[in-house]
Design a protein around this ligand. Sequence first.
Ligand code: BGC
Length: 827
Amino acid sequence: MNAYEKTHLSMLRGHLAGCTVLLKKSGDFPLSAPGKIAAYGSGVRRTVKGGTGSGEVNSRFFTTVEEGLADAGFTVTTKKWLDGYDAIRRDAWKEFMKEIKARARKNHSNAMVEGMGAVMPEPEYDLPLDAEGDVAIYVLARISGEGSDRTDARGDIALSLTEIRDICVLAGQYEKFMLVVNAGGPVDLSPVLPVVKDILVLSQLGVETGAALADILLGKANPSGKLTTTWTSIAQACPVGEFGDRNDTRYNEGIYVGYRYYQTVDAPVMFPFGYGLSYTEFEMAPAGFSAEGETITVYTRVTNVGMRAGREVVQVYASMPAGTLPQPYQALAGFAKTSELAPGASEEVAVSFKLSNLASYDAARPGWVLEAGTAVIAAGACSACAKPVGKVVIPETISVLRTKNVFGQPDFEDWQPENPVTREIPDGVPAVTVTAADIPEQEVVYGEEPDIDPLVDTLSAEELAYLNIGAFNPKGGVASVIGSAAQSVPGAAGETTPMLKEKGVPTIVMADGPAGVRISKEYFVDKTGKRVGLGGGMPESIAAMLPKAAALFMNATAVKPGKGDPVCTQYCTAIPIGTAIAQSFDVDFAKLCGDIVGDEMTRFGIHFWLAPALNIHRNIKCGRNFEYFSEDPLVSGKMAAAITAGVQQHPGCGVTIKHYSANNQETNRYANNSLVSERAMREIYQRGFGICVREAKPLAVMTSYNLINGVHTSELRGQNEDILRAEFGFDGVVMTDWVIGGNYLVPNAKYPLPHPAKVADSGNDLFMPGSAANYKDMLDGLNKGYVTLHQLKINATRVVRMARRVNEEMEAAVIAADAAAAAGNEA
Ligand code: BGC
């Protein structure tokens, strides 16, 4: 392993348990020493380190649970069971492939489109559960990914009958038993909850997923993560709001997403938002409540009253007064994690937030308001156990910011609870008053334009078209669906045009994430000096869907290194998935993840990382939820901001926050229309992006594939200019998600794919990844008046300035680092 890989793994290792969530505990764990362990379940040998698709990171290796246990000194006694399971799984996969191909034929589509991200449900089987040992674990694994959504089916969100039977048997048969969930999102555990006493959500933690579990079983590390999404059984799942229609999906639930729904209607759930136990116990006591202007601070004393060291999360919730706008029972206002507290130790934790950040969006008088009344502030270790610690009196309605509505109208009014549960206004807690004088109303200046760059002003329409799309292949053809369209770095997802290099405009190189940097592991340098990736840029999960003939063809035509062509490596670290990072509730850890990514970007010449991804967990079925953080926009925004800060502390490295916005399902992902109200858009689906932009200034934003109320987000000027740039203050580059081909990807589409010129007209600077057809369409659209030459110049100005900036900064940093290393060597 290279030194940087070792460094990155050691930076992560001590934090991984902080991303895991202990759902149930009996005191049987941790174990005092490794010994014989009967490890069952699909995730033991087929441990999932992250999901599939563009988020699949090509790390050099990763540790499965089986390997992690062995490395930690355990003797895994279930080899026979695991071999048996392997054989069953291989056969099931063959059948699954047949099904995908048959489905593709039926839908007049192709296996890659039908199968992308498709979840193979766990097969049913019968293997003896007779391995030796006093301790057993069952590792339940689930994988999902880009291109398909999860389903309620057995073996996906529901447990398979085999899993239910085996887990129940094992819980009774071994002296100590832990159920370990190696999934990127919720699984309906309700059938086994009554019998299993110890449950850990291991999640998917990248390279050292298996090692992290061994650390936890042995008490070398203590779980301290909290759920960032409510876990319900299938029967309990929120019945309001549509999901998964190919064409039009109505977000009827409005702002009542996740716990905002469950708590307002007092619906039972398996495990609430913010929930998570520890091997130790904590007590929390209110320690102060104050207001300075509109900044409210809640102080909480956290004491470790248990027997082991651990960390706890203080969560502060606000129940806002309902006026003309209905309000959820409560919403997260802030959070903070303690440092590691030894048994008996305590720490005072301060959580601060601005009251204006709790404002609601009033679409009737467009803008953000705090309606008059009393807000109750509660603090605790989860959403269900937070207790009132103070109240904020708002004597008169305060207008925080006047805006304009931009999203159009869906064909419904948002659902509202008939008898909403509200928090009683408590006596005996401190009260503060905040008035309009504390929050001066802000004005938004819409329509500001950058000065056109002098070079850009001299460019022809053709050259401007080049700059407004990614790096197309002048020979035409279909570019890669999931990026490997970059020309300079093998396996990188995309790049801006090289056509203006002679005029001094360098390219911006982009690589995927969010679970690390996704580029080819190996490449060779051919005779002409070109770097050619080995193994292709296609994620393995997608390559597996290729028809046999295509796979053979690709293999036969794949360029291979000639004799003497040097093979180089670019190993990157697979970090925990987005949901796991968020479960840590630790913004310093999120920043550290960004730091690792930024270091690897510099090493391999990547300017833009196509991450973090911060779409809302609107429905647990979304196939890409594992990449995203939470059902809560505050958690999403804070995590994205911290990761951004970590990446962008490396000169010339920028993040691309995605997918902007309301991209909450994978079914027909290229052309699905999300119907959403202006209020829900603002408070739920835009808010995290706003937090990240305001706090951390990401260099780039990627619009999403979907439409909102009939318009593609990439063509939505109200979003890309009015909200993003004018209201949030974004001053970087906006790009589309990877729009490829036409009917190829969207058979029988109701809505067309976005048009490059209309995209440019919305202030979206880059149509990615770029093709000869996009270039022609851009010029054609210019002739038809879809976009003005002036707008192309504005977009090109942003691209050119950014390209110069990131290249200059990165080059200077690399030269400085090389000089420092040389000086070190000499000394
Ligand atoms: C995905 C994006 C990704 C892009 C480039 C798209 O299919 O939706 O998240 O960044 O491909 O690989």
